[in-house]
Design a protein around this ligand. Structure first.
Ligand code: NDP
Ligand code: HSE
Length: 439
């Protein structure tokens, strides 16, 4: 595998995937090969690029002679394997095969790490190889290395932010340009922001996978995708965005990872959902395909990481940073950095989480309705902070819209309240229930 190039070793790099990200990694690796080799201390040779179809139309800059469908041969001859195929299989099998043959692995595959991370890190540990995945969370933003290395001496309490570029692009385009969700999704697709299966983005799976990875690193415990409470943006309508704007908010898909003090000791809560953010909050200014992640650490205090959260060339930057660092390890020797999940913190029940809510309901515009609604909230210990009633359709209308802002309440109390409201004869329709975050 490793050869000598003059006095410098040559490391063979296998690239699995030549899509939005892989094609940019190949282009940059070839264009800046000399610089990257200088930084790595080894000559990096792109040995081959695995694709499904070598004859499919591709970017003219991609060297067609390197394309192959022979995964086995490509992986077996490699020192560093870059996995940018996406999905679980065959990516999982190829990554394990690479590690077992002693290669270092670089991947941007959050779906794989959030479901099979433990197995992959275990395989790396057994041979002392490294698994690097800076691109798996928030694309170009350096967040994995800061959590794993720079903040390793601190105690992280909370991570909070926007970790999905395509849904941020869609919500932002609906809010600022009045685009329909479909139109915004089409543009995001052209920009290479969406996963091969867009449901992963729209239904919050991609953000949940990233949240699981962040929480595992931050709290040194194992969090898998199944531990994450997940809601996507498919239920967010243009009307909800307009209502939010009138109330001084913007809707963002948020990921929240928290260390909680439960009666039995520390626990972890990881959740993804669309939420209202005050227009003055820094997250409200995260536009387009950008991401922003806030980290709150005991000693460091609050930190903010911001930048491109999706896109082929932007993500290639994170991938190549990992390639350089894997090459350095290969040259220096020694074992790769292992997984930091050494604790087994329990996952806090979702019903225990507290936040503020905005409940929008349509009610019959008759005497006593407000008292009935207030009574239902009070029965469940949900305290009203603000209430705004507007009569729809003028003086003769029989329907009013009521927007209730609550003080902090538990998810359990909130869901019980909403169920009672939905059943109440006073309420015609529950229009929306959104959490209010970032305050
Ligand atoms: P694409 O769908 O654009 O590209 C996937 C590539 O993998 C294609 O070249 C495809 O080959 C190849 N491939 C897929 N399955 C197989 C298979 N079974 N055998 C051989 N080759 C295969 O994906 P992206 O580049 O967008 O994403 C790659 C990874 O990076 C994913 O894990 C994604 O989550 C992650 N990521 C993506 C970001 C983005 O902004 N796009 C940002 C951060 C991470 P072919 O070309 O022949 O179809
Ligand atoms: N589909 C992902 C997103 C790509 O929209 O954030 C970056 O991980």
């Amino acid at each position: 595998m490793t050869e000598l190039d003059g006095h410098r070793r040559t490391l063979r790099v296998a690239l699995l995937g030549a899509g939005s990200v892989g094609s940019q990694v190949a282009r940059l690796l070839l264009a800046h090969g000399a610089d990257l080799s200088e930084r790595s201390g080894a000559t990096l040779e792109l040995a081959g690029i695995l694709v499904r179809d070598v004859n499919a139309p591709r970017d003219a800059e991609l060297p067609r002679e390197l394309l192959t469908t022979d995964a086995e041969a490509l992986i077996l001859g490699a020192d560093i394997v870059i996995e940018l195929m996406g999905g679980i299989e065959p990516a999982r099998g190829y990554v394990l095969q690479a590690l077992r043959s002693g290669a270092d692995v670089v991947t941007g595959n959050k779906a794989l790490l959030a479901t099979h991370g433990a197995e992959i890190f275990e395989a790396a540990d057994q041979v002392g190889a490294s698994v690097s995945y800076e691109a798996a969370v928030a694309a170009a933003i350096p967040i994995i290395r800061p959590l794993r290395d720079s903040l390793a001496g601190d105690r992280i309490e909370r991570i909070f932010g926007i970790v999905n570029g395509s849904t941020n692009f869609i919500l932002d385009s609906m809010d600022r340009q009045g685009l329909s969700a479909e139109e915004a999704q089409r543009i995001a697709t052209d920009l290479g922001y969406l996963e091969a299966d867009p449901t992963l983005d729209l239904e919050g799976f991609d953000a949940a996978q990233k949240a699981a990875i962040l929480a595992s690193l931050a709290f040194h415990t194992q969090v898998s995708i199944d531990d994450v409470h997940r809601e996507g943006i498919s239920s967010v309508t243009a009307d909800m965005i307009e209502d939010a704007r009138r109330a001084g908010y913007v809707i963002k898909l948020l990921a929240v990872c928290e260390r909680l003090s439960e009666p039995a000791g520390d626990a972890v809560s990881v959740r993804v959902y669309p939420a209202l953010i005050d227009r003055d909050h820094p997250l409200a200014s995260v536009h387009g395909g950008n991401n922003a992640v806030f980290v709150e650490a005991e000693a460091a205090g609050p930190l903010m990481f911001y930048g491109a959260g999706a896109g082929g060339v932007q993500t290639a930057s994170a991938v190549l940073g990992d390639v350089v660092s894997a090459a350095r390890r290969h040259i220096a020797g020694g074992v790769g950095v292992g997984e930091s999940a050494r604790q087994s913190l329990p996952i806090a029940p979702f019903g225990h989480i507290t936040t503020r809510y905005q409940i929008t309901i349509e009610v019959a515009d008759v005497t006593g309705v407000l008292a009935t609604v207030a009574g239902i909230l009070s029965d469940h210990g949900v305290s009203i902070a603000t209430a705004l009633q507007t009569v729809e359709g003028g003086e003769d209308s029989k329907t009013a819209r009521l927007v209730i802002g609550t003080h902090r309440a538990t998810e359990q109390a909130l869901s019980d309240t909403v169920a009672r409201l939905a059943d109440s004869a006073a309420v015609t329709r529950v229009v929306s229930v959104l959490r209010v975050e970032g305050e």
